[in-house]
Write a protein that binds this ligand. Structure first.
Ligand SMILES: [Zn+2]
Ligand SMILES: [Zn+2]
Length: 197
């Protein structure tokens, strides 16, 4: 028991340290995004009336779908590439995940994860409100997937939700069986590529 607690404490210390590096890299990427926005390279629009109001939630959805696609293929590649795999394994050192695992990545992986945000904002027109909502969904989804507790209802009537949305159960399986469940938000890619367990 004492040994378990020592292991857990060591894991948390490592995860917090790696998350601090991730926060630094995400912050620098955010700064880069602000510069791109300032110099007119992004499709961020400041006046909410530039697009219809219904487009606001739709832009969030577009972003999540494209981000999910990028992440699935990046993640699958990180597991199959002999040079990238050791970097991704930093995240996989945590088999029993906790909220602290959510952003515990090697800095190279943090960069590969962050760089898609400015790229997508050069493609998808987005209002800052939609962008903040997206970043919140991104953050909470990472925490939900690593929290070690399934927060989505497991009752029969909710089966449909689990078929499409990724939660702790889905991602926990990935930390135990690294050949399955590569998705981020939706089960779509895992299902069509037959990598879902
Ligand atoms: Zn994970
Ligand atoms: Zn992985």
């Amino acid at each position: 028991m004492l040994f378990d607690q020592q292991l857990k404490a060591r894991q948390t210390r490592r995860e917090v340290l790696m998350s601090l590096y991730s926060a630094l890299i995400f912050g620098v990427t955010g700064l880069g995004l602000l510069l791109l926005w300032q110099y007119g390279f992004t499709r961020i629009y400041s006046h909410i009336s530039d697009f219809p109001l219904w487009y606001l939630p739709l832009s969030v959805f577009f972003f999540l779908v494209l981000h999910d696609c990028y992440y699935y293929w990046l993640h699958k590649w990180m597991h199959s590439s002999s040079w990238m795999r050791p970097f991704h394994m930093e995240h996989h050192k945590s088999v029993n995940t906790s909220v602290f695992t959510s952003f515990s990545f090697h800095p190279l992986e943090s960069f590969l994860q962050a760089v898609i945000v400015p790229i997508l904002l050069m493609i998808i027109p987005m209002h800052p409100i939609a962008l903040v909502a997206t970043l919140l969904i991104m953050t909470f989804s990472a925490i939900i997937n690593h929290g070690g507790v399934e927060i989505y209802p497991m009752k029969k009537g909710w089966k449909g939700l689990h078929r499409f949305i990724i939660g702790a159960t889905h991602h926990d399986i990935h930390h135990r069986n690294s050949k399955k469940n590569f998705g981020l938000y939706f089960t779509f890619w895992d299902r069509i590529m037959k990598t879902e367990k």
